[in-house]
Structures are given as structure tokens and as C-alpha cells.
Design a protein around this ligand. Structure first.
Ligand code: ARG
Length: 465
């Protein structure tokens, strides 16, 4: 990167002294906003095309500008572009390179626009593309979950509340809970994209421009739904970044919860799953260790994404209309959110695909902890006992089981009948794990037939968009 102080800045006209060298570096954004170069050039090509259509540029000028911008893009793509800090940001770097290349015609590109509407346009183009990519990644993770759930429809495990064994469920049903969370995430990003899909270009610095521009046409060229309704709002609005950041925070919260479960389940205490070696590392001191680094890191990354949301809200809260330089601070947290979100999604989809499940361990865990106690209470209710009384009776049976070190299904009928004469031989059907999950047979519940149907519907819901 070229760091020497330059006196030929595009705005040097009203200044008598050169910029302080430290201030120049301090205020420059090219170190990070250069990643927007493709979108900056795409926006400039659309702008020049619109200017020519409105006879603000000639067709010949447009062609020279468009060809020049295309060559600049090729140079940046090839890594042959020298970025300059005195030229501050991606916008002025590209414009200066264009003018060096094609001469004075390059100086006409900035007619009827400002960096304020330009940068807002660049970020929207960037974020629209990234949202599409993120939605594809969420979909890939959802499919990995569906494929896994399909194989685990009959695998019984304990369902937990308070991390205490509550009732038997199937692993397929648990995985489908993850699917639902991700489905909402994917919808949230689609909703957020509707408000990203608005063109700020034409707002110029803040008030619009005196040239007869046609923002509708520029919007059409760039594939935006429509131009912004208000120029002051167009250059200063960053709500779409906040919404994106909030959707990202919720998604990371979900991935963090999944991570927490995988970490617990892969521990020796649970032994429900084994993470593939490819997603774990060892310890430099303890030879026996296989650590679940990937889910731990994803859980950790949720913290920085939440932090970015807070940072961005705080960035915006004190700003008067319209553009302020504060806004330059929106990019690093946004880029970091996008990068870490995409990385976390990718690694998670791969990890779920390679997960090994220990169905025997899960079933054995469900046999402990009196997971079918509610089933016994429901059985008594079916025999005409009010639920509260049934609850009390089963509580006593559980206390006996604890004293004898036995599950309810292992207590002999005579012992169970001590608590209620309504208990008969048929009770054992409801005390089995498979009987328990099969009995929860309605939409949204854990019975294998229901989970199979939920998976089929989920595949259709995904195909819908
Ligand atoms: N680098 C600036 C940003 O990221 C571009 C817009 C600068 N506009 C200005 N009036 N200084 O926000």
C-alpha cells in the first residue's frame, strides 16, 4: 500500500496545508473498504450508464468510462492494483485509477453523486449478495440436519428440562427442533433483504442533485426493488445493517446452543455422539484428550457477533441527519459478522454430516431418571383418576424406585398396585420407551410417525424458496 502524503486529493481545492500524516492514516478506510471494490465498480458502471441515458454524459464518454472501470476491476482482481492511503477509501482509489487510465473523462464519473450515496449503495450491493450466500449456507445446514434426522427417527433419547431427564423423545425430534430454529433464521434474512434492496444512489451528498438523473433506471440496472424515497434518509440509514446484525446475532445464539449440546453429548458423561476427528483437536499435555474445539469456537464466536450488534447500535444512536464520518465505522463489524457467520455455518454443516451417534447410550440414558413417569400418570388419568392425584401416586412410585434402584418399568406389578388398585398388567406397555414416544402422536410431537411427517413437510417448505 502506498502511504506517502499526496496533495492531489480530489477535494484538495479549499485546503492550504496538507493533511497531517497521522490523521491521513487515521481517517483512511481503504485498508478495509477495498473489499467493496466489485460493488463500487458495478455501481459506477450503472451510474455512468444512467448519466448517458439522461444525456448528462455522451455515449462515447460512457463507453470510455465503462471500459476503463472494467480494466480497473481486472487489475484489482489480478492483485495488480496499488491501493493508496492518501486517497482515503475504495471510492477515490478507483476513481483516481480510472482518471490516470482514461484521462479527463474519468473526472466526469462523479457528476450527480457523492461518496455518501456511493458508499451506501456499495454496502447494500455487498450485503444483498452476502445474504443470498448466507441463506444458501443455512439451507445446507438444514439439509444436513434433515438427512441426519431421517436416520434417527426411532432413536430414543432422554428429553431434558433443567438439564434433568424429563420425558423420552427421539433424536430425530430433537434435531427437527434445530431445523425449526434455522428455518426462522433463513426467513429473517429474507425479510431483512427486502429492506437492503433499496437504491440510495441519486441522494448525492444529502439533498439530491441538480442534474436530471433517473434513479429508477439506476435501480433497475443494479437490480434494486426501488430507489430510496428520501435523500437524507438514503445517505444516513444503516437500519439494514442493524437488522442484518440482529438476525446474525440470533442465528449465532442458535449455533451456540447447538454447540453447547454437542459439547455435552460428546463428553464421557453423556457419550451420545462422537464428533469426527476432523472437527476436534488433542491436548499438548494430556494424551487421552479429544476436545470439541469446533463447537466451542462457534459458541465463543457468538460473543463477538453480539458485540458487533451493540457496537453498531451505539454507532448510530447519536447521529444527526444526514451523513457523518461515524458511519465509516459500520464496515469492520459488518464484515467480521459476515465472515464469522459464514464460517460457523459451513463448519457446522460439515460437522453434522460427519457426526456419529451412539443410539444405545441414548436409549440407556432414557431408561434412567424415570422418564416415563408422566406416561404412568396419564395411564391413571385414563383409568378415571384426576391428574393431580395421579401425579401424587406416581411420585410415590418413583420414590420407591429410587430406594430400590429400579426404573418404574422394572418394579413388579404387586409393588405398583400398592399405590393404586387401578394399575393392571397393561401398564407395562406405557412404561416402555418406545410406547412412550409412540403415544405422543399429534402434530408437533415426538412419535416416529409424526417426526417422519415433519421431515417430509420440512423438505417441501425448503423447496418452496
Ligand atoms: N469512507 C467513507 C465511509 O465509509 C465514504 C464516504 C465518505 N464521505 C465523506 N463525506 N467523507 O463512510
Amino acid at each position: 500500500m502506498n502511504t506517502e502524503t499526496s496533495s492531489d486529493k480530489p477535494w484538495a481545492g479549499r485546503f492550504n496545508e496538507p493533511t497531517d500524516a497521522f490523521v491521513e492514516a487515521f481517517t483512511a478506510s481503504v485498508g478495509f473498504d477495498r473489499r467493496l471494490y466489485r460493488y463500487d465498480i458495478e455501481g459506477s458502471i450503472a451510474h455512468a450508464t444512467m448519466l448517458a441515458r439522461q444525456s448528462i454524459l455522451t455515449a462515447a464518454e460512457r463507453d470510455v468510462i465503462v471500459n476503463g472501470l472494467t480494466r480497473v476491476r481486472e487489475r484489482i482482481d489480478a492483485g495488480e492494483f496499488e491501493w493508496s492511503i492518501p486517497l482515503e477509501d475504495v471510492h477515490m482509489n478507483i476513481e483516481a485509477a480510472l482518471t490516470r487510465d482514461i484521462g479527463d473523462t474519468g473526472k466526469k464519473l462523479h457528476t450527480g453523486r457523492s461518496r455518501n450515496d456511493q458508499v451506501a449503495t456499495d454496502i447494500r450491493l455487498y450485503l444483498r449478495a452476502e445474504i443470498n450466500a448466507i441463506r444458501v449456507e443455512i439451507g445446507r445446514l438444514q439439509r444436513a440436519i434433515l438427512d441426519r434426522a431421517e436416520r434417527e427417527v426411532e432413536s430414543v433419547m432422554p428429553g431434558f428440562t433443567h438439564l434433568q431427564v424429563a420425558q423420552p423423545i427421539t433424536f430425530g425430534h430433537h434435531l427437527m427442533a434445530w431445523f425449526e430454529m434455522l428455518q426462522r433464521d433463513r426467513e429473517r434474512f429474507a425479510d431483512c433483504r427486502r429492506r437492503v434492496d433499496i437504491l440510495p444512489l441519486g441522494a448525492a451528498a444529502l439533498a439530491g442533485t441538480t442534474y436530471p438523473i433517473d434513479p429508477r433506471y439506476t435501480a433497475e440496472l443494479l437490480g434494486f426493488a426501488h430507489p430510496a424515497e428520501n435523500s437524507l434518509d438514503a445517505v444516513s440509514d444503516r437500519d439494514f445493517i442493524l437488522e442484518f446484525s440482529a438476525a446474525a446475532a440470533i442465528l449465532m445464539m442458535h449455533l451456540s446452543r447447538f454447540s453447547e449440546e454437542l459439547i455435552l453429548w460428546s463428553s464421557a458423561r453423556f457419550g451420545f455422539v462422537e464428533l469426527s476427528d476432523a472437527f476436534c483437536t488433542g491436548s499438548s499435555i494430556m494424551p487421552q484428550k479429544k476436545n470439541p474445539d469446533v463447537p466451542e469456537l462457534v459458541r465463543g464466536k457468538a460473543g463477538r457477533i453480539f458485540g458487533h450488534l451493540m457496537g453498531l447500535l451505539t454507532l448510530m444512536k447519536g447521529q444527526p441527519l444526514a451523513y457523518n464520518k461515524d458511519n465509516q465505522e459500520d464496515k469492520e463489524p459488518l464484515f467480521d459478522t459476515v465472515d464469522n457467520l459464514k464460517g460457523s455455518l459451513k463448519v457446522f454443516a460439515d460437522m453434522i454430516g460427519a457426526l456419529q451417534c451412539n443410539a444405545e447410550r441414548m436409549r440407556a440414558a432414557a431408561r434412567q431418571g424415570f422418564a416415563t413417569a408422566t406416561d404412568l400418570a396419564d395411564y391413571l388419568v385414563r383409568k378415571g383418576i384426576p391428574f393431580r392425584d395421579a401425579h401424587e401416586i406416581v411420585g410415590q412410585a418413583v420414590a420407591l424406585g429410587i430406594r430400590e434402584g429400579k426404573d418404574l418399568s422394572e418394579l413388579p406389578l404387586e409393588k405398583l398396585r400398592q399405590f393404586s388398585a387401578d394399575i393392571a398388567e397393561d401398564v407395562f406397555a406405557v412404561l416402555t420407551l418406545d410406547g412412550s414416544v409412540a403415544a405422543r402422536d399429534h402434530i408437533g410431537a415426538t412419535a416416529p410417525v409424526r417426526v417422519r411427517a415433519a421431515i417430509a413437510r420440512a423438505r417441501e417448505r425448503m423447496a418452496d424458496d
